[in-house]
Design a protein around this ligand. Structure first.
Ligand code: SF4
Ligand code: FES
Length: 241
């Protein structure tokens, strides 16, 4: 049996396994903390900050998905400061990202009474949809930069390293190296990135075309001809003469 330590969460003192994160300990105690970038099967990197909690004695709010519990820790998961911080994050996200296909985030925006119009002069990110392969499309207007896709493409699952961050600040986007088309990258089209994407930024090509009104036969023709073009490109580059 693992060692346990005593912590207090929202005025309730509980025993939790040593080495747990605040998020894990809270879940064990039946206390819910909202998350966005966190995924049970991905390495947590504390990127979105929606899971922040107040820890007595700590100067700043602490991301519950990465901070480990310490003996005697006193944690407040829904203090006024925590709620205000989460609400602001939702408002900033909504001001730049298309969250129309993120029902879980929308539900949280509603729960936290976030004002999605708080920053009317904010510049919405509107990169064009990238449709460069027969398997999936990339619509980074919907990307919240949670990094899940990068992680499953790397050490969390596939060890393929086809994608990573590119750009800085407002221009940051997930990209292949040198922004080459996906079929020319190391991508093996395993689909794991699509499976962990929480916002519809990555979507199976078939689903995307169905949503646009194409019939299954039309989709078959469209994606088949893309596959044929790709095969032809590979043949030419293998034998340029
Ligand atoms: S494409 Fe999806 S999984 Fe990847 S960083 Fe953006 S939102 Fe996250
Ligand atoms: S869920 Fe913890 S930082 Fe995103």
């Amino acid at each position: 049996m693992s060692d346990t330590i005593r912590i207090t969460i929202d005025q309730t003192t509980v025993q939790a396994a040593a080495g747990s994160t605040i998020l894990q300990a809270a879940r064990e105690a039946g206390i819910s903390i909202p998350t966005i970038c966190y995924h049970d099967h991905c390495t947590a990197n504390g990127l979105c900050r929606i899971c922040v909690v107040e820890v007595e004695g700590a100067r700043t709010l602490q991301p519950a998905c990465v901070v480990q519990i310490r003996d005697g820790m006193v944690i407040h998961t829904r203090s006024e400061r925590v709620i205000r911080s989460r609400r602001t994050i939702f408002e900033l996200l909504a001001s730049t990202v298309d969250l129309s296909e993120s029902p879980e985030i929308q539900a949280m925006i509603h729960e936290y009474h976030a004002d999605v119009y708080r920053y009317p002069d904010a510049e919405t990110r509107l990169p064009a949809v990238i449709d460069d392969n027969p398997m999936y499309i990339r619509d980074y207007a919907k990307c919240i930069l949670c990094w899940r896709c990068v992680q499953v493409c790397a050490e969390d699952a596939q060890y393929t390293y086809a994608i990573n961050f590119s750009g800085r600040g407002y221009e940051t986007q997930i990209s292949t190296f040198y922004e080459i088309p996906m079929p020319e990258s190391t991508c093996v089209f395993c689909g794991q990135c699509v499976g962990v994407c929480p916002t519809g930024a990555l979507k199976p090509k078939r689903q995307w075309l169905l949503e646009m009104g194409y019939t299954p036969d039309e989709i078959m023709n469209l994606t088949r001809s893309q596959r044929q073009r790709r095969k032809r490109r590979e043949e030419i580059s293998a034998n340029p003469s």
